[in-house]
Design a protein around this ligand. Structure first.
Ligand code: HMG
Length: 445
C-alpha cells in the first residue's frame, strides 16, 4: 500500500504583532489575565499593508518549494483553503500560482487548482483531497501543494476581536512522505449549525459561546465515528493530540472531554475511582439533565487530578505554543498545532519515529474530523528545517493606534492610505488593483 501524507510544512506569519495582555487588554479595560490565563493567548499576528492571503500563501509556498528543491513541474495540484477569499469566482490558488510563476522558469499550466471552503476545516479537507488524488493514482508521480491561508479579523468591538490572527501554512502532500503518514480511517461529526458564518460579508457573525458548545459536540461525534472504524482509543495511544485551536482555552475544554471519553472503562478510570469516583453512566440517571450535571461534576474533579494534569502537560500543552503567539489562523490553525507539537518534540530530543498523533480538525457551520498520523523516520530533519522562531521573533510590534489603522487597511469597505510598517524583502507583495478589479502582486528582491 502506498503511504501518503505530509512531506513538508512551511508557515508564513503576518509581519505585525499585537501584544494582547499589555497593549490590547488595557485599552479595552480588560484584565490581562483574561488573555493569558483564560484564552491562553499572548500575542496575535497581523498582516502589514502589503500582505494578504495571497502574499502569505505564496511566500509560504515559495519557502517550501525552495527548501525541497521543487519546480512547478513537480506539482500536479494546488489547493487553497481559506475563509478570507475576496473573489467568488477566481480561486486564490490561481493568484498564488501566478505569483510563483513570476519567480520560477516553468509554469503550473498542467496543475489542477482549486479553493476549498468549510470554515476552518477546509485546510484538512484539502489534505484529504490531495491524499485521495494520490491514492487513486491520478497524480502521475507529482505532489500536491496545500495552502491554508487566512486573515482572521472580526468586526471592531466583537468579542472575537480577542482571538484574531493572520498567517498561512503550506504543506506538500506526497507518496512516502518525510513527515507524517495519514491514516485511512477518519471520523466525522457534522451538522447544519449557525454558530459562525459570513453571509456575503467580510467579518463573521458569531455566536461565540454557542460556537464553543458546537465545537465540543461535533468533536465528540467525530471521535466516536473514528472509533467505529479504528477501534477504541486510549489516552496513551497518542504522543500528541493537535486540535483546531481558535485559542488555547478552547483546546483545554476539548482535551478534558477527550480524556474522559478515552479513559472510560480503562485502568485510568479504575485508578482514579478512589479519588474522584467512577464516571457517571447514563443508565443510572432518570433524566438527561441529571446525567449531564453529574458528568460536569466528574470533569471538574478530573481536571484537578495529577494523572490528567500530567497527560495534558505531555500530550496537549506542546501543541499550543505557536497558537498562543499568533492567534487564530482559521484554516491553518490545526496545522500549526501539529507543527508546534513536533517542534517541541525536536527541542526535547524525543524520538518520534513510528509514534502516533490524533488530529482533531474543526470548522464552524459545523464539522469536526478526526484522523491519526504516523510520524516518519525523517521527521526530525523536516521539523528542524522549518523556519518558525525567527519569523515570530522578527515581527514588528504595533501599538493600539497602529492596530486600529491596520484593521481599517484590511477592511474591504474602507479605503485608506497607510504607510507600511515594515520594508518588504525577498517576498511577494500586494501592489494594488488591475483593470478588472483583480488584485495584483509582484516579487520584491
Ligand atoms: P469573551 O466574552 O471575550 O471572553 O468571549 P470571556 O469573558 O468568556 O472570557 C474568556 C475566558 O477567559 C473564560 O474562560 C473566562 O472565564 C476567562 P472559560 O470560562 O470559558 O473557561 N477569564 C479569565 N481567566 C482568568 N483571569 C481573568 C479572566 N477573565 C476572563 N481575569 C469568546 C470569548 C471565545 C467567546 C470570543 O472571543 C469569541 O467569540 N471568539 C470567536 C469565536 C470562537 O473563537 N469560537 C471558538 C469555537 S468555534 C471555532 O473554533 C471556529 C472558528 O475558528 C471559525 C471557523 O471555523 O472558521 C472560530
Amino acid at each position: 500500500m502506498t503511504s501518503v501524507g505530509i512531506d513538508a510544512i512551511e508557515i508564513r506569519t503576518g509581519k505585525l504583532v499585537l501584544d494582547l495582555p499589555n497593549t490590547f487588554a488595557p485599552v479595552k479595560g480588560e484584565d490581562p489575565e483574561k488573555y493569558t490565563k483564560g484564552l491562553g493567548l499572548y500575542t496575535s499576528s497581523f498582516p502589514d499593508v502589503y500582505e494578504d492571503i495571497v502574499t502569505m500563501g505564496a511566500n509560504a509556498a515559495k519557502q517550501l518549494m525552495d527548501r525541497k528543491g521543487l519546480t512547478p513541474a513537480d506539482i500536479g495540484r494546488i489547493d487553497v483553503a481559506t475563509e478570507s477569499a475576496f473573489d467568488n469566482s477566481k480561486p486564490v490558488s490561481t493568484y498564488i500560482a501566478g505569483c510563483l510563476e513570476q519567480v520560477y522558469d516553468e509554469d503550473f499550466r498542467h496543475a489542477n487548482k482549486g479553493e476549498r471552503k468549510f470554515a476552518c476545516i477546509a485546510g484538512t479537507q484539502s489534505l484529504d483531497d490531495a491524499y485521495n488524488w494520490i491514492k487513486a493514482g491520478r497524480n502521475r508521480g507529482r505532489a500536491a501543494l496545500v495552502i491554508a491561508t487566512d486573515t482572521a479579523l472580526y468586526e471592531r468591538g466583537d468579542p472575537g476581536e480577542a482571538t484574531q490572527g493572520a498567517g498561512a501554512v503550506a504543506m506538500l502532500i506526497d507518496e512516502d512522505p518525510d513527515l507524517v503518514e495519514l491514516s485511512t480511517e477518519q471520523g466525522y461529526g457534522s451538522m447544519d449549525e449557525t454558530d459562525f458564518l459570513k453571509p456575503n460579508q467580510q467579518f463573521p457573525s458569531v455566536d461565540g459561546k454557542r460556537s464553543m458548545q458546537v465545537y465540543l459536540a461535533r468533536m465528540r461525534e467525530a471521535l466516536e465515528d473514528y472509533e467505529s472504524v479504528a477501534g477504541r482509543t486510549h489516552p496513551d495511544d497518542f504522543e500528541y493530540i493537535p486540535f483546531h485551536t481558535p485559542f488555547p482555552g478552547m483546546v483545554r475544554k476539548a482535551a478534558l472531554l477527550g480524556f474522559r471519553h478515552m479513559s472510560r472503562g480503562t485502568e485510568i478510570e479504575d485508578d482514579l475511582a478512589s479519588e474522584i469516583g467512577r464516571q457517571p453512566r447514563e443508565d443510572d440517571f432518570e433524566t438527561w439533565d441529571d446525567y449531564e450535571e453529574a458528568i460536569r461534576a466528574y470533569m471538574d474533579d478530573l481536571k484537578t487530578t495529577e494523572q490528567y494534569r500530567d497527560w495534558y502537560a505531555r500530550v496537549i500543552e506542546p501543541t499550543l505554543d505557536i497558537s498562543s503567539r499568533v492567534g487564530n489562523w482559521y484554516t491553518g490553525s490545526v496545522h500549526i498545532a501539529r507543527l508546534s507539537a513536533l517542534k517541541a518534540a525536536a527541542e526535547e530530543g524525543k524520538e518520534m519515529t513510528g509514534k502516533k498523533l490524533l488530529v482533531g480538525s474543526y470548522g464552524s457551520g459545523a464539522q469536526a474530523e478526526i484522523h491519526a498520523e504516523t510520524v516518519q523516520e525523517t521527521w526530525l530533519d523536516e521539523i528542524e528545517a522549518v523556519d518558525v522562531d525567527s519569523q515570530l521573533a522578527d515581527r514588528t510590534e504595533i501599538s493600539f493606534d497602529d492596530y486600529e489603522l491596520i484593521h481599517d487597511v484590511h477592511n474591504h469597505e474602507k479605503e485608506i492610505e497607510v504607510e507600511e510598517f515594515t520594508q518588504p524583502e525577498g517576498e511577494f507583495v500586494f501592489t494594488g488593483w488591475g483593470r478588472m478589479n483583480e488584485r495584483r502582486y509582484e516579487y520584491v528582491e
